[in-house]
Write a protein that binds this ligand. Sequence first.
Ligand SMILES: Cc1ncc(COP(=O)(O)O)c(C=O)c1O
Length: 442
Amino acid sequence: MSIALEWAAAHTALASDPKATARSAQELQEQAGQTITAQGIGAQRAMELFDQVLLPATRASDDPMNLAYIPAAPTRAAVAFDTVVSAANVFGGLWEGGAGAIFAENQVLRWLADLLGWPSDAAGVFVSGGTNGNLSALATAREHARRTRGGKPAGGWALACASTAHSSISSAARLLDMDVVMVPVDANGHLTGEALEPLLAADERICAVVASGGTTNAGIVDDIASVVEVAHRHGAWVHVDGAYGGAALTAPSARHRFDGIEQADSFIVDPHKWLFAPYDCCALLYRDPRPAAEAHAQHAAYLDSIDRGESNPADLAAHLSRRTRGLPLWYSLATHGTEAYTRAVERCLATARTVAAAIRDSEHLELLLEPELSVVVFRRPGWDLEAYRRWSHRLAKEGVMLCVPTAFQGEPALRLAFVNPSVEPDAVIAVLSGTMGEPDGS
Ligand SMILES: Cc1ncc(COP(=O)(O)O)c(C=O)c1O
């Protein structure tokens, strides 16, 4: 036991290795060998293998120069408390099993509900990630429509979203047997009520609309106010996917982009993305939690004695047993205070603006849009996808910076995602200006 705990204590204080990277299963098999044996290999050997073979074959999510996908930057307090949550082994599905821990999680959810401008009876639950959060919210929307509209429409249910919505939305639609109606975005990439209106008027199957509170690829926040107004006029549920961008609700310089969210029906934000919590953690909130309980509460003889008047997280999403994964965020928020979160998110936004300005002013680079949040999308005129890949691989291998190609408006592009307040904008700008002058990415 002490071997694992000592490693965790030491590792929490260490910087991660930017050269750590995935290896093939064959290579890992050769290095790690067979670890599951009849007699066991012993704690010392298992820990050594984890430290020297397995962990180095994972990406350093929190390295300040990891700017690919959506990285992560959990506070040390949150990481340390994740170990405490495991040690406490609380059943967090029902109040009866986890009251104290759920109480603390609920205070965090209340903080988020206040940022959303939601009423005192809003409620939520922490689930494993944005994919489960979106699925659970959309299951609630569909069940609510079934109850309030008197059954399934001919042709089945549909949801509407922009093509820029995260891939987990179409995955949820598939699982829920819903069609996806794609809404064209405006010239700046936003889903708007104006574009939604004719589609909702023409198609009664649409029972839910998904707006992005920060698209993953470009950090664009849809026009939530007009989407809510139109969707509600047509009796459709509005879910806002803020898995990445919802953290910006804490930032006065970006809060206006979310105007209208006060009236949305459900919302998610992943604290493991930009609220400085470790994996895995998604906060799912409902402005009115009753439809969620109608969709998700499980009933069985052995569950009949549960007090349904209490806050039962299992009632609000697709799960029953759950770890109280909101607690690392609770501990970190309680330790540092919410103003520290505002400062950290503002710092990421400022970094994005500084890097975007440097790209705009650079001779070699072209900024593809002004960042709304903390994603910067740009290109290197003259480079094709192969050149981007070569450059990206070289920098990753050398542990200089992780930045992978994407596509923007159908063309290859590069994107940088800033969710780590330790990123030094000057270091990023120096890498871009020092490595992107070559005509072919080599
Ligand atoms: C906007 C958005 N929604 C949903 C998800 C899915 O979240 P998760 O990976 O936590 O399941 C992501 C992940 O990047 C995202 O960026």
